[in-house]
Design a protein around this ligand. Structure first.
Ligand code: ADP
Length: 275
């Protein structure tokens, strides 16, 4: 989004239906639930591990609902001004520049805050008046109170696996959202996604998913993060472009997950056993 100074925000205009729908294979009734939340002006929280399809789901829903999508990646330096906006000093004076949240509120976009738990509490509280009946965004610095345009919807994602004692959403924040649970898809569906996204044959996609399940079982042996659908798709992309599948697994599936020599050896053994 060139018109904004904030590098963490991304504007996606796929909601205007000029492009093909972002491919999304539903797991259950999440499409219907999200649509109802949108029509009833309810904010939505997507809970689930990283790389399991939350972002793709929001992209797909923005397309279905014909809304622009503004995505903000949250981090612990993200300030309320990064979301709302700030005065910029120019040679001819100061001008107010909307932040990505304000742009979404004014334009009726879907605003997606990815990994919201990473943001500081004083940043998260600016979302509160947008999530209740008021649907307003007060801008202290300009004295303006903006009513959210029809179509505006707040969506946040968060990974419950990452929550730490000090970093969890406050109950007063949580209770403002409808929560949809996400997880890695069951094997048949995950294989379908991997094949569709990468173009590898079905048999390769199935073998990759089988391998992922064996690797996910290693979490009991100290593997901190389970291999995600995203990693499987990346691996399959390499295999589809002619990289031998075992090599693709080493560089795209195994190596990103750990630096521990014995875990790496165990994972590479599983690759050998699968292919
Ligand atoms: P998250 O936002 O949960 O971290 P993403 O939405 O970025 O994860 O998903 C990672 C990748 O996995 C996507 O780019 C897509 O290729 C694939 N993917 C995962 N789940 C699905 C799904 N249900 N339908 C289509 N693609 C999916």
């Amino acid at each position: 989004m060139a018109e904004q100074s904030n590098a963490v925000a991304r504007l996606d205009r796929r909601g205007d239906h000029h492009q093909a729908p972002p491919y999304y294979l539903p797991a259950a009734d999440e499409v219907a639930l999200f649509e109802q939340c949108h029509h009833n002006k309810l904010a939505v929280m997507l809970k689930g591990p990283t790389g399991c399809g939350k972002t793709r789901f929001v992209e797909h829903m923005a397309w279905r609902l014909r809304r622009p999508l503004i995505t903000i990646s949250c981090h612990d330096d993200l300030s309320a001004s990064d979301l709302i906006g700030r005065f910029l000093i120019r040679h001819d004076g100061t001008v107010w520049q909307d932040g990505p949240l304000t742009t979404a509120v004014r334009s009726g976009a879907i605003c997606y805050l990815d990994e919201v738990v990473e943001a500081r509490q004083d940043t998260i509280v600016v979302l509160h008046p947008l999530t209740d009946y008021r649907r307003q965004l007060p801008i202290d610095k300009t004295g303006e109170i903006i009513d959210a345009a029809p179509g505006f919807q707040l969506v946040v994602s968060y990974n419950p696996g990452y929550q730490r004692m000090l970093k969890d959403l406050k109950p007063s924040t949580r209770q403002r959202f409808v929560a949809l649970d996400f997880d890695f898809p069951p094997p048949d569906r995950e294989a379908q996604i991997v094949a569709q996204e990468s173009g590898v044959p079905d048999t390769t996609a199935r073998a990759l998913v089988e391998l992922a399940h064996k690797l996910r079982a290693l979490r009991d042996r100290g593997l901190a993060e389970a291999p995600s659908t995203r990693l499987l798709v990346a691996t399959a992309h390499l295999a589809a472009r002619g990289i031998p599948v075992k090599r693709a697994c080493q560089v795209a599936l195994v190596s990103p997950l750990s630096d521990d020599a014995s875990l790496l050896a165990a994972m590479n053994d599983l690759v050998e056993l699968t292919f």
